[in-house]
Design a protein around this ligand. Structure first.
Ligand code: TYD
Length: 137
């Protein structure tokens, strides 16, 4: 089975009333990993891509807090492209997935919830090194 099958879009729990909407994600709920870090991408310059790496052990949730963008996911063999465009729909990305974020709308903000603090040694920044570790070469 492809690891890509583990990477799912999910509805974020929330509340909507006459004032508007809010969404919430708690530790281990609804995606069961412990949140150790939150960061966000914003002011993305026209035509720029982010990502271009994989993580050895990190679990992440991406939420398009504002605007929209596409994410290409690659497990070393299979690829898929996901569009994120609603602040009430998140994307879970499991470890060992190469990701590239692109086609950001002008106002896009991507919030990321991560299972570990920033650890450079958890990254594959070279795609050949990543593919070599996946067993798919
Ligand atoms: P990087 O992970 O390459 O960004 P992206 O995947 O969004 O394109 O990170 C860019 C820089 O920021 C890099 O020098 C590492 C640093 N950084 C931190 O110091 N802490 C963090 O939590 C993150 C995500 C990045």
């Amino acid at each position: 089975m492809s690891r890509l099958n583990n990477c799912i879009k999910f509805n974020i729990p929330g509340n909507t009333d006459s004032r508007g909407s809010l969404c919430f994600i708690e530790n281990k709920c609804p995606i069961p990993f412990e949140i150790q870090r939150v960061y966000w991408l914003y002011d993305i310059n026209d035509g720029m891509c982010r990502g271009g790496h994989a993580h050895k052990e990190l679990h992440q949730i991406m939420v398009p807090i504002s605007g929209s963008f596409n994410i290409k996911l690659f497990d070393g063999h299979n690829k898929k492209v996901i569009n994120l465009n609603s602040p009430s729909i998140g994307l879970y990305i499991c470890p060992m997935i190469w990701r590239e974020l692109f086609d950001f709308s002008s106002n896009a903000v991507c919030m990321v919830l991560a299972s570990q603090r920033y650890t450079e040694s958890d990254y594959y920044r070279n795609i050949t090194d990543f593919i070599n570790q996946t067993g798919y070469q």
